[in-house]
Design a protein around this ligand. Structure first.
Ligand SMILES: Cc1ncc(COP(=O)(O)O)c(C=O)c1O
Length: 394
């Protein structure tokens, strides 16, 4: 009999009932170190006092009103995002997938309204992930996500990750945009080098294309800058955000320049919940922290410390790990052993990590992780690796 929850996940035999900072407490009382943060969501950790207060204060005042009315919390969050980014304007969504939907619509509408309706095609890359909607899976294009769900939405051309020559060759009069994650998450924590980000910007400028960045996983302070593209010194035309911006409240956003957003006039797009008072009040509280230069400097310092520990871990367990990669607190352990065995051994060692493609174990801890948590992360991952080795030797 089918379970009452549609069985689209292979769930671990764990059930967390409480969170405190970088720790998750299991129903049986065990404390797990959370190096996953709900897949890069709990940017400020669990039960952060400022987020709890903001959410409860707002809940006592007003939860939801329609976008048919002005929403002061939404205005405040949009102003904060515009102030701290390349963007001139913001639309709020409830998830990364919905941000992808709007990014694709916005790019196509831009060219439609400029009198070039044939320019609908978006170039995307192998290993990418842009969500599970029809547009999201069509954009990413992998067999794993698309099999059985055809027909795919037309208008995406899939290129090899890192193949810049392929990008130039793929551009035609129908090309509208390039869509890329500055650091691939699901694809195995693969950062796009700064020189490639710069080259993509240049290609877009030369060919009059829009550059769409998917910062759903790598944005909102995760790499030590507010947005990952800042490391390359470039700006996109459109950017998708979600996950960390809500700190655990379902919230996403599409940020855009005035020019790129010019086709999105009244009536062209909407969302019932997107940008509601609860979500945006929490988003403002997250922004209070992640826009603070000292907070971002701490992310980079802690990322350096964690990375150093992970390098030691890789050196100590060559049968289990091959390399560390990533940016800031978005790190990947490329495995020699099966990554799923490493994640499962982590559960035994009471540390939570996430598998990704390319046999990588992802570490996406809360950005508020402490130095003590980092020492504990090393100890628990070391224990997990020892368990994997023991199983291989048995
Ligand atoms: C880069 C990227 N884009 C889009 C999404 C989809 O976001 P959501 O699951 O919030 O719809 C994800 C989710 O993992 C992601 O990592």
């Amino acid at each position: 009999m089918i379970p009452s929850v549609l069985p689209t996940y292979n769930r671990a035999p764990l059930s967390f009932v409480k969170g405190e900072g970088a720790w998750l407490i299991e129903a049986d009382g065990r404390r797990f170190l959370d190096l996953a943060a709900g897949i890069a969501v709990n940017a400020l950790g669990h039960a952060h006092p400022a987020l709890v207060k903001t959410l409860t204060d707002q809940a006592e005042t007003l939860w939801h009103v329609s976008n048919l009315y002005h929403i002061p919390q939404q205005q405040a969050l949009a102003d904060r995002l515009v102030e701290h980014s390349f963007a001139d304007t913001v639309f709020f969504t409830n998830s990364g997938t919905e941000s992808c939907e709007l990014a694709v619509k916005m790019a196509r509408k831009y060219f439609h309204d400029k009198g070039q309706p044939e320019r609908v095609e978006i170039l995307t890359f192998s290993g990418s992930f842009h969500g599970r909607s029809s547009a999201g899976i069509s954009a990413a294009g992998s067999e794993k996500m698309t099999a059985g769900f055809g027909p795919m939405l037309p208008g995406f051309k899939h290129l090899m990750f890192g193949d810049l020559d392929g990008v130039t060759d793929a551009i035609t009069d129908q090309t509208a945009a390039i869509l890329i994650e500055p650091v691939q998450g699901e694809g195995g924590i693969r950062p796009v080098p700064d020189n490639e980000m710069k080259a993509l910007r240049q290609i877009c400028d030369e060919h009059g294309l829009l550059l769409i960045l998917d910062e759903v996983q790598c944005g909102v302070g995760r790499t030590g800058k507010l947005f990952a593209h800042e490391w390359a010194g470039i700006t996109p035309d459109i950017m998708m955000v979600a996950k960390g911006i809500g700190g655990g409240f379902p919230l996403g956003a599409v940020l855009a320049t005035e020019e790129a957003a010019s086709g999105m006039t009244a009536g062209t797009h909407g969302s019932t919940y997107g940008g509601n008072p609860l979500g945006c009040a929490v988003g403002c509280a997250v922004m209070d922290h992640v826009t603070d230069p000292e907070f971002l400097a701490e992310v980079s310092r802690k990322a350096g410390l964690l990375r150093q520990k992970l390098e030691g871990l890789v050196a100590a367990h060559p049968q289990v790990f091959e390399a560390v990669r990533g940016s800031g607190l978005m790190l990947g352990l490329k495995c020699v052993a099966a990554n799923t065995d490493v994640v499962a051994a982590g559960y035994e060692a009471e540390v939570v990590t996430v598998p990704a493609a390319d046999n990588v174990v992802r570490l996406l801890p809360p950005l508020t992780l402490t130095d003590e948590d980092i020492a504990e992360a090393f100890a628990r991952l070391d224990q997990a690796a020892t368990l994997v080795e023991a199983k291989a030797d048995a």
